[in-house]
Write a protein that binds this ligand. Structure first.
Ligand code: GLA
Length: 553
């Protein structure tokens, strides 16, 4: 790191890659760190890439030097490549849905006895369609044209009525990475419209979730967002961009979709808006009265309160979430609770116990988009804590148009290549992670719809066993993931982390799969025939190959 960086915020990481092998990584280097000497044997390498990244915190003040760098060359003189990262065409792999009706998952769905019930049956095919159902519980009705089931959840023990919600990983859209503190009622309604019109709802996307900045803030550049945080009764107030929360949720529900909302544990949210501290019970009731079905509960500004609490560290983490878990269960609505505290105190070990249905396992992925593989692999380490109704959450799918997390930027084309976008969706599906798209619903293009809406890929995510894939390291910079599915089949992903196109191969033995398997390419939706030795594919830089295997007798 150059001394002229002159600031503690300067931090970079150096990396040397030859073909598909990472030869050297410096680790994070900060201003003042001594230089590191490196001498690498490059014999036989065809492509060499010297890379410096921002170490995940943006490029502010970063100033890196490959000091005194030399190549010792014999034979043909090497040539520089035109571009370090070859441009990739956004190739559409998935065929569009055919005319025949196909009911998509999830196959199971949790609800609480006696609460309002709402479920849109995700169905692809040629609309209009006609729906009918046999043995529907008595207090439920099915809208035959829309395929939306409404009414009152059946008594305990009938169907999947009981204590558990979010049996499959929750799916939908969250506004954060596109609209940040620009979110409005109009944009939320637009998201609900697009979720249906684009076909997202037909493959199972369900929640339309508001993140931060819908409340009032003590100060903000937009006058419609500045005002008293609560009314005289102490009730939280939506800001000037949200005229009527009940009308908003009613609109979302009229489409058969569900609505989510956000607050923080502390007095203020991370964005500096009204938080729930001291008003927990009141807010739980308000959100239920408004008709919300999902609540993201963020740690923001609670640190100041927790520091004065004499309780042991772990108790401090659990206490505020356990309180909200209990309060939400007391409402006469099904409200899914998402814990957002970035993985502190090993939240995966106790998130379910305090009433959470999912919990973020790390900080904001928006700051680490160049590390989606690392973030996914770290998340997959907590596989054993995950089960139906209790999910590790590695944060949102950030593809298409998103705003830079640093500075809450306006939506721009995302920095991920097409291959990386396929990898993103493959990883999240194999890990059974909550699937929330956070790009711009107003700009969905054909490529993005193909990445987001492959019914066979999503089926892997929504599988009723709820398993997170096992990670199998392979040679070079590649790895595989293997996910057990409820019907005895397996989903397998191969991932190429190398900087160039590489053949990635894994023997069935390496994958822990004995016997003969029938295989299908999930992204292309084509049968590949029988397999008995190995899985392999030529995969582009940072790309993925995803198949499903069924045991042959
Ligand atoms: C935190 C969360 C994000 C988002 C913002 C809102 O950073 O981790 O997901 O909700 O707060 O301010």
């Amino acid at each position: 790191m150059d001394d002229s960086a002159g600031n503690d915020r300067a931090s970079v990481e150096f990396k040397v890659t030859a073909d598909d092998r990472v030869l050297w990584e410096s680790g994070v280097m900060k201003q003042g760190d001594p230089a590191k000497a490196v001498d690498l044997d490059l014999r036989g390498a065809r492509t060499l890439i010297l890379q410096v990244t921002d170490a995940g915190d943006g490029v502010d003040y970063d100033h890196a030097n490959w000091a005194d760098a030399r190549f010792l060359v014999s034979g043909t003189r090497p040539q520089t490549m035109d571009r370090p990262v070859p441009a990739e065409a956004p190739v559409i792999l998935t065929p569009g849905p055919g005319p025949a009706p196909r009911i998509n998952g999830p196959l199971v769905y949790g609800c609480r006895p006696g609460n309002p019930f709402l479920y849109r049956i995700p169905t692809q095919g040629q609309w209009p369609m006609r729906f009918s159902a046999q043995d529907l519980p008595t207090r439920l009705q099915l809208d035959a044209r829309e395929g939306i089931v409404t009414g009152t959840a059946p008594p305990r023990g009938q169907f999947v009525s009981g204590d558990l919600l979010a049996l499959p990983p929750p799916t939908g859209w969250n506004h954060w990475y596109t609209h940040y503190d620009r979110i409005t009622d109009r944009l939320m309604r637009e998201a609900a419209d697009v979720m249906v019109a684009s076909g997202m709802a037909d493959v199972g996307y369900q929640y339309v979730n508001i993140d931060d900045c819908w409340m009032f803030a003590p100060k903000h550049s937009d006058p419609l967002r500045v005002g008293a945080l609560r009314n005289e009764q102490g009730e939280i107030r939506p800001n000037g961009h949200f005229p009527d929360m009940k009308a908003l949720t009613a609109y979302v529900h009229s489409k058969g979709l569900k609505a989510g909302i956000y607050t923080s544990l502390g007095p203020l949210t991370c964005g500096g808006f009204a938080g729930s501290h001291g008003h927990e019970a009141q807010d739980a009731k308000t959100f239920a009265d408004w008709g919300f079905d999902f609540r993201k509960y963020d740690w923001c500004s609670y640190g100041d309160i927790a520091k004065d609490d004499p309780a042991p560290e772990l108790e401090k983490f659990k206490k505020p979430y356990a309180l909200m878990g209990r309060l939400l269960r007391e409402q006469s609505r099904d409200i899914v609770l998402n814990l957002c505290q970035y993985g502190m105190g090993k939240v995966w070990e106790w998130g379910a116990e305090v009433g959470g249905h999912s919990w973020r396992t790390a900080g904001d992925l928006g700051f680490e988009l160049d590390r989606i593989f690392d973030v996914a692999l770290a998340n997959a380490k907590h596989a054993e804590w995950q089960r139906p109704g209790a999910w590790n959450d590695p944060d949102y799918i950030q593809i298409e148009y998103i705003g830079a997390a640093h500075g809450m930027g306006l939506p721009q084309p995302c920095p991920l290549t097409p291959n990386e976008q396929y990898s993103f969706m493959s990883l999240w599906s194999l890990m059974a992670s909550p699937l929330f798209f956070s790009g711009d619903m107003g700009r969905l293009d054909e490529f993005t719809i193909n990445v987001l809406c492959n019914a066979e890929v999503i089926e892997v995510n929504q599988d009723p066993l709820g398993r997170c894939a096992r990670v199998v390291p392979l040679t070079g910079a590649s790895f595989a993931m293997v996910k057990d599915l409820a019907d005895g089949s397996k989903a397998v992903g191969l991932f190429n982390r190398a900087e160039t196109t590489t053949v990635v191969a894994a023997s069935l033995e390496q994958l822990g799969l004995a016997g003969i398997w029938r295989s299908r390419d999930l992204w292309r939706q084509v049968d590949l025939g029988r397999l008995q030795t190995r899985v392999s594919d030529r995969i582009g830089r940072h790309g993925a190959f995803m198949i499903r295997l069924w045991p042959e007798p």
